[in-house]
Ligand binder design. Structure first.
Ligand code: ADP
Ligand code: MG
Length: 318
């Protein structure tokens, strides 16, 4: 099968590649065309996943397709953007029908979930790697950036943290767990669900936001730096799942939640007056601390005493 047939068969024919709102022209021409309503801005983000670095070489292709898109769309969620379209630059050692079929299905599955369309890409031969670029839209001036946190704001997260990091020894088949626990943790690794609706709900409310990809401490450090403030995190308020506690123990679970990464949940700062409305609307947010004068991230215990920071998140070239 040649390059063009491959593109047609696996990608152009996928349900998520069909025309839809906001996409004036999809796969097949030299460029795709996006149609943006007057008064809206385009949010754009690119992520590359390399075999052997970001996922095991032998990763299940369905799960890989699903996860690759989820991780990219999470950046749109973090800005409060509504997903519009994405491109896929795929480098493959060989065109293996079985692999491509499953990968395209996984991608399509997550694309349907996120209501985002495949609008183009590139297909080349080489060591397996994926580059996804996502496009989203939002009203001009309403993006949730990292630099708006203000002293007195609450620090919140969009749910339990650490499950995906806890799942890593299971992904790498270094450890086993009883089925119920393994299933819960692996689902959070392979199928993180970008918090798109939460991001939209936070427009005009959250003062700063991002999605947690490198670990809570490292990512809060980004907000602290960009906003020139200190973020104080109360260790006992950091939410972790019962599955993670059972698998990693209390201390291990906390370590995963603080430094593990791969959560793809939102972390954001919020002026306190918005908290009640958001909680009443049922958003799964948890207050884990506050914004103070200073710099960096301070972890404190129940009495407000500083706790030594465990090692920070993953960094390439670190
Ligand atoms: P060009 O040579 O003009 O860059 P290509 O031959 O690379 O075009 O691609 C032809 C069309 O197929 C383009 O619309 C491109 O966006 C799309 N395409 C190529 N690879 C992929 C892919 N992996 N997934 C989705 N669309 C793709
Ligand atoms: Mg090309």
């Amino acid at each position: 099968m040649g390059e063009f047939e491959l593109i047609r068969h696996y990608f152009a024919a996928a349900p998520c590649a069909q025309a839809g709102e906001g996409v004036a022209l999809g796969i097949g021409d030299d460029c795709a065309l996006l149609q943006l309503p007057v008064g809206e801005q385009l949010a754009i983000s690119t992520d590359t996943l390399v075999a052997g670095v970001h996922f095991p070489d032998a990763a299940d292709p369905f799960l890989l397709g699903q996860r690759a898109l989820a991780v990219s769309v999470s950046d749109l969620a973090a800005m409060g953007a509504t997903p519009l379209g994405f491109t896929l630059a795929l480098t493959l050692p060989q065109a293996e029908a079985h692999w491509l079929q499953a990968f395209a299905r996984g991608l399509d599955h997550m694309a349907q979930h996120c209501a985002i369309r495949l609008i183009g890409g590139d297909t080349t031969r080489g060591p397996l790697s994926l580059t996804l670029t996502v496009f989203g839209r939002l009203p001009a001036g309403m993006a949730l950036t990292r630099h708006g946190a203000r002293v007195g704001d609450l620090l919140c997260v969009g749910g339990e943290l650490g499950d995906a990091a806890g799942a890593l020894p299971l992904v790498l088949q270094q450890r086993h767990a009883e089925p119920a626990i393994a299933e819960a943790l692996l689902a959070r690794y392979w199928s993180p669900l970008p918090q798109i609706e939460l991001g939209v709900a936070l427009r005009g409310k959250a003062s700063a936001a991002l999605d947690i990809s490198d670990g809570l401490l490292a990512d809060c450090g980004h907000i602290a730096r960009a906003s020139s403030v200190q973020l104080i995190i109360e260790q006992t308020q950091v939410p972790v799942s019962s599955a993670l506690r059972a698998f990693a123990g209390e201390a291990g679970a906390l370590q995963c939640a603080l430094s593990g990464g791969d959560d793809y949940r939102l972390a954001f700062t919020l002026p306190p007056q918005y908290l009640d409305d958001l909680l009443q609307a049922g958003w799964p947010l948890r207050v884990i601390g506050r914004v103070a004068v200073g710099q960096g991230v301070l972890l404190v215990d129940e009495q407000g005493r500083p706790v030594a920071l465990p090692q920070h998140g993953y960094q390439h070239f670190g």
